[in-house]
Design a protein around this ligand. Structure first.
Ligand SMILES: O=C(O)C1=C[C@@H](OP(=O)(O)O)[C@@H](O)[C@H](O)C1
Ligand SMILES: C=C(OP(=O)(O)O)C(=O)O
Length: 440
């Protein structure tokens, strides 16, 4: 990346903005997969159009699925017309966990070889849970033996399916991946997590919820289905007409802005009920000193500029950690962020990157085995390196609101899940931020 660093803007005295956050990555990519596997056409409205979701759409198209862009305001809509899945095809996963994990279980249904590859980092991210499980269920996969990309799935036009053990301690996406395609296997699928831990449970709940809304019969541990066991019965999936919720994890930096700079930021169209982990921000940022209310327009979040430290297990909401760490570095007391060892396997080693970059600005952050200890100290300006990680870049923008001279390396990396983050951020500081979503 050769672009000049982005000078992160300082906040005005008091924020007062209403923000439209684009659609959820996790919902958009699940919706695309489920629509592609359905028995009839469906609509994905207000989809996120970012690198991760465009890669998903392109991958499905390369397998024969028709995805028509209907355009329209507020993200517009995609019409998804399922079709028999064909190989040979090549899938570029970029560095999207959802693409590299969700699509191999779908590719086994195709009638030819599907080659998967992506960014250099995608070769380091764990995929063994998906590869081993698919092999145990009867799939033929060629890889280089590391349990990672690149690989070829030799689609045989179907899969027997049935019970399978998976160690999902490295990523909840292993479980979600198998469940999403499981209804299309002859026997369905029964996934048992053999790992000692399981991150990001809300994302598995999202998978279960979206499968059920598509007509699948799913048992989960939460309905007494046995600890760590999920079952999807074989059967057809329905095409849906679905409106994608705003991405609440990407709402994090905007809410954090009100917290650290003081003032109010309202995020439009905050869902009343959701499986997105970002909904926990209401509680986490309230504990850190803010207050919030669901108002007709969305979630109104108010801060004073004074932030408190927290001691919290974040394993269910790991993707919120980079922004929480940035806020914690500006607090009036220390923080311990626990239960997030799996973040070492995300877009970058997020624990190492956050500690290194915050310390380079004068902070006092240490890595623990499963998290971070953050002892706030006055920070100074400097270059914040982002390691091709969208959430490192948005975390740096939060620091820049109150610390002079923060420059963010490769801010364009935010495009993984957020189109035009700098534009949205600047508009927030000017008090507007984003087109009205209502009426879409
Ligand atoms: O299923 C999903 O949509 C996701 C699950 C989580 O992955 P991990 O369980 O690997 O943390 C999360 O961090 C990621 O951003 C999105
Ligand atoms: C971990 C993340 O992404 P991915 O879907 O690539 O795993 C993330 O968005 O924080």
């Amino acid at each position: 990346m050769t672009d000049a660093p982005w000078p992160a803007p300082k906040a005005p005295a008091r924020l007062d903005a209403t923000v439209t956050v684009p659609g959820s990555k996790s919902v958009t990519n699940r919706a695309l997969v489920l629509a592609a596997l359905a028995a009839d056409p469906g609509y994905v409205r207000r989809p996120l159009r970012s690198r991760d979701t465009l890669l998903m759409a392109e991958a499905l198209r390369s397998l024969g699925v028709v995805i028509e862009d209907l355009g329209g305001p507020g993200g517009g809509a995609w019409r998804v017309v399922p079709a028999p899945l064909h190989g040979p095809a090549r899938v570029d996963v970029g560095n999207a966990g959802t693409v590299m994990r969700f699509l191999p279980p779908l590719a086994v249904l195709a009638d030819g070889p599907i080659r998967f590859d992506g960014d250099p980092r995608s070769h380091e991210r764990p995929l063994h849970g998906v590869i081993d499980a698919l092999r145990a269920l009867g799939a033929r996969i060629d890889d280089d033996g590391r349990g990672a990309l690149p690989l070829t799935v030799h689609g045989g036009g179907g899969l027997e399916g049935g019970p399978v053990d998976v160690d999902a301690s490295a990523s909840s996406q292993f479980v979600s991946a198998l469940l999403l395609s499981g209804a299309r296997y002859n026997q369905g699928v029964e996934v048992r997590n053999t790992g000692r831990t399981l991150p990001s449970l809300p994302h598995i709940r999202m998978t279960v919820d979206m499968l059920r809304r598509a007509g699948a019969q799913v048992d989960s541990p939460e309905d007494g289905g046995g600890p760590g066991v999920w079952r999807v019965a074989p059967g057809a999936l329905l095409g849906r007409d679905l409106v994608v919720e705003p991405d609440l994890s990407n709402a994090a930096p905007f809410l954090a802005a009100a917290l650290v700079a003081g003032g109010r930021v309202t995020v439009r169209d905050w869902p009343e009920s959701t499986t997105q982990p970002g909904d926990r921000l209401r509680e986490i940022f309230t504990e850190m000193g803010g207050s919030c209310a669901l108002v007709p327009e969305g979630l109104a979040f108010t801060g004073t500029g004074t932030v408190h430290g927290i001691d919290r297990d974040l394993h269910e909401v790991g993707e919120l950690s980079p922004v929480i760490a940035a806020v914690a570095a500006l607090a009036d007391g220390p923080s311990r962020l626990r239960g997030i060892g799996h973040l070492r396997l995300h877009e970058t080693d997020r624990l190492a990157a956050l500690a290194r970059e915050l310390n380079a600005l004068g902070g006092d952050v240490s890595e623990t085995e499963d998290g971070l200890e953050i002892r706030p100290r006055p920070l100074h300006g400097g270059l914040f390196r982002t390691y091709d990680d969208h959430r490192l870049a948005t975390a740096a923008a939060v620091l820049g609101l109150v610390v002079d001279g923060i420059e963010v390396e490769n801010v364009a990396t935010t495009g993984k899940t957020l189109p035009d983050f700098p534009g949205l951020w600047t508009a927030m500081l000017e008090g507007v931020a984003g087109p009205l979503a209502s009426g879409v």
